[in-house]
Design a protein around this ligand. Structure first.
Ligand code: MLT
Length: 325
């Protein structure tokens, strides 16, 4: 439960039971938890397609609080909550709220929404925030379950779930997978969560890390993945591209470096068609020019559009597990 997490402590393991818990980082999950979400997502897809979503309804409330921009994750969580019939308060511009403007501590902001929305344990607060520990802080402030919709440049656990679900839809055996992570591996959070997730779920995983030098994956994370058995490779089943995270370069006073490398890698149809047969092409989007070729949509392995619908399904599954007794 949220109350177990005081002072930014370690969030509790899910261990087969999501109900009433926070979901903040990949390390809370085991393999069975991940497959539970995938199976639930499949059930929701079937119910949705057959018009029987009324069976999925859950009696709970949700607050969706975004302190950072988002199109896909925000609309995906909104839709997920609607599918489950949750009573939703959603605010995309939290950083412009007077509370945040006045420098109020995040803890108080979260407590305020919890009170005004009359939330209780069993309800859910879905939150995106530029600080890495934001979800931990929120979890220690209220009894509702906190779901991390992206925190800092380190964590995006629900994106990792939807990414792995998208891969699993094509490649059922998640052992012996080879991936390329390409782009901004320093500031981008999606590859970090996906790497941690796949190194926990799959055996004999190979990841090739392709990035400009100044955007390379932090050593600590690479070492963690290597300890979990991940190796590097030159070929790939999955090419997962990310954009350079301009906003983090700005924040780190690194715009000169950004301008030098911003046009360094572009994936277009001519390039991708040379890839190994059936290579899946993924991107969490948005793209900042590295994957704009409209012809890419014709590539048989293109999965970046599927990722978005899968995101709504996976998030519906997760929220249902957390809110349904
Ligand atoms: C994120 O929130 O990290 C996005 O989904 C991916 C991005 O911003 O590049």
């Amino acid at each position: 439960m949220s109350v177990q997490m005081k002072n930014g402590g370690i969030p509790p393991k899910i261990s087969g039971n999501f109900y009433g818990k926070d979901f903040i980082e990949i390390s809370q999950l085991n393999k069975e938890d991940v497959y539970k979400i995938f199976e639930q997502a499949e059930e929701i897809r079937e119910a949705y397609d057959s018009g029987s979503i009324s069976d999925l309804k859950v009696n709970a409330r949700a607050a969706i609080l975004f302190f950072q921009n988002s199109t896909r994750t925000y609309s995906s969580f909104n839709r997920a909550c609607q599918i489950l019939g949750l009573d939703v308060f959603a605010e995309h511009g939290m950083s412009a709220f007077s509370l945040a403007m006045k420098g109020e501590f995040l803890r108080r902001t979260i407590q305020s929404i919890y009170q005004t929305q009359m939330l209780t344990a069993g309800d859910v607060i879905i939150m995106r925030h530029p600080d890495t520990n934001s979800s931990h802080i929120a979890a220690s402030a209220v009894d509702a379950s906190i779901v991390n919709a992206g925190s800092g440049s380190l964590r995006h656990p629900t994106q990792a779930l939807l990414d792995l679900y998208t891969i699993w839809k094509d490649i059922k055996n998640l052992n012996n997978i080879e991936l390329i992570f390409m782009g901004d591996l320093k500031f981008g959070r999606t590859v970090k969560s996906l790497g941690s997730l796949i190194s926990m779920v799959g055996k004999n995983i190979k990841i090739n890390l392709v990035s400009p030098d100044i955007c390379s994956l932090p050593d600590k994370l690479r070492e963690e993945w290597e300890e979990a058995g991940v190796k590097t490779t030159q070929t790939t089943d999955v090419l997962y591209v990310t954009r350079l995270q301009q906003e983090w370069f700005e924040k780190s006073n690194m715009m000169n470096e950004y301008n030098k490398i911003k046009a360094d890698y572009i994936i277009d149809y001519e390039l991708i068609k040379k890839a190994k047969n059936n290579t899946l092409l993924m991107h969490p989007l948005p793209s900042n020019g590295e994957m704009e070729d409209p012809k890419l949509d014709e590539y048989a392995g293109a999965r970046y559009l599927n990722q978005m619908k899968n995101g709504t399904l996976v998030r519906s599954a997760l929220i249902r597990q957390i809110t349904k007794k």
